[in-house]
Design a protein. Structure first.
Length: 405
């Protein structure tokens, strides 16, 4: 691919993301929704349909591996930031409410995903049934932790009890979902291995990171202040991703776990965010959206498949929001707060796209099913803010949402 072409691609991608982010931001949507839609519009769903010649010139097939590699670096940085912002102390401090609501917001959609996997398997018949079923279940269970945090800030809910419970639930979702995904990747890559052999690499790697690597990092930080050096952080991040890939787990899980175990403080978090977030979120992640858009062809879905898409959206929303609602009500939250928590945890966004791309790369998802699931991710993320505005009118936005203790 001519070296100048990818510079033009980046400029076009960033321009489209900036425009869509601004347009949809005017109606209260988080930036990620505009960026996802921008990526879809640059792919065969729109540009390849209305201007196939220009699409072929701008995004020739030979350019896709370069976009993929750049987007993977961005995803590694992004997953590290997700893990870094995972506050295990907050999860434990709200374990009674967040534990049950968070667990049911995973268990209910997970079980529902297992139930609908068999009929959906017709869209990917070559995929092993076990790996496919587990993957659909995880896809239904995901919550986009960073997007949820942004929505809470925009709606002035971050400092309310509802906001704290939602963040704790989302943190638990991330921890469990990525652990399950790591296991599914191990299953998909070693279909003939016994279950113990598939789980062992995940368990050993996680145990080593918490029992050995985390204390070692703490000692190095006290002696050499390694958390103040961006170079040290990046070396650790990329090594963790490489090791997780070597042992049969996806590299993104290694990046996420690296963020979880990295020594942190309030000042340290801000320093890392100031250095990594601008380039990651402004440049690298839009490249991932464009690459996802190039792999998604909404126009190829026939009229008969749109009923399936709507059914997937309905099932995903009802199971995710319903599970969170049930858990919150059992633990004493009022109806409005419980419904709001369900809407918040139904936000899938960027994290869902990461999971779906892993499934497509592993051959678990077919292109058609991938496109349907991408639409579900966009729809469930886009409906969160309007639903919150209905459940939490303006007079409730600036005050803590009433929640039982």
């Amino acid at each position: 691919m001519p070296p100048l072409l990818w510079l033009l691609q980046i400029a076009v991608i960033l321009t489209a993301c900036r425009l869509l982010r601004g347009i949809l931001g005017r109606i209260g949507q988080p930036p990620v929704v505009g960026e996802i839609i921008a990526g879809l519009l640059l792919g065969p769903s729109l540009l390849g349909w209305v201007a196939p010649h220009w699409f072929a010139m701008l995004f020739p097939a030979a350019s896709l591996p370069v976009l993929d590699e750049l987007s993977q670096i961005g995803l590694v940085l992004f997953m590290f930031l997700v893990g870094l912002r995972l506050d295990l102390h907050e999860v434990f401090s709200l374990w009674r409410v967040a534990g049950l609501a968070g667990a049911l917001s995973i268990a209910v959609p997970f079980a529902t995903g297992l139930a609908i996997a068999r009929p959906l398997h017709a869209f990917a018949p070559a995929s092993p049934m076990l790996a496919f079923s587990l993957f659909i279940a995880v896809s239904m269970s995901v919550t986009a932790f960073p997007v949820l945090a942004r929505i809470l800030a925009d709606q002035r809910l971050s400092k309310t009890k509802l906001g704290h419970v939602a963040i704790a639930c989302a943190a638990l979702n991330d921890l469990l979902a990525w652990s399950l995904l790591a296991w599914i990747v191990a299953i998909a890559r070693s279909a003939d291995a016994a279950v113990a052999e598939q789980i062992a690499p995940v368990a050993v790697y996680v145990l080593a990171m918490f029992a050995a690597v985390r204390p070692a990092l703490g000692w190095l930080n006290r002696r050499f202040k390694v958390t103040n050096e961006l170079t040290s952080l990046l070396i650790f991040l990329f090594l963790s991703s490489w090791v997780s890939g070597i042992v049969g787990i996806h590299a993104l899980f290694g990046a996420f776990l690296a963020g979880v175990v990295w020594p942190r403080s309030s000042a340290n978090l801000e320093m890392i965010a100031d250095r990594l977030e601008p380039i990651t979120m402004a440049v690298m992640i839009p490249l991932f959206f464009s690459y996802t858009g190039l792999r998604t062809n909404i126009g190829a879905l026939g009229d008969d498949l749109w009923l399936t898409v709507l059914a997937i959206i309905a099932v995903a929303t009802a199971s995710k929001a319903g599970g969170a609602f049930a858990g919150a009500k059992i633990m004493g939250l009022d109806t409005r707060s419980s419904l709001s928590l369900g809407c918040l945890l139904n936000t899938r966004g960027l994290v869902e796209l990461v999971v779906l791309n892993v499934g497509l790369d592993l051959g678990i998802l077919s292109p058609a099913l991938f496109s349907m699931m991408v639409i579900m991710a966009v729809a469930t993320t886009g409906m969160t803010t309007p639903a919150l505005k209905l459940l939490l009118p303006a007079e409730h936005d600036s005050a803590p949402t009433p929640c039982a203790t």
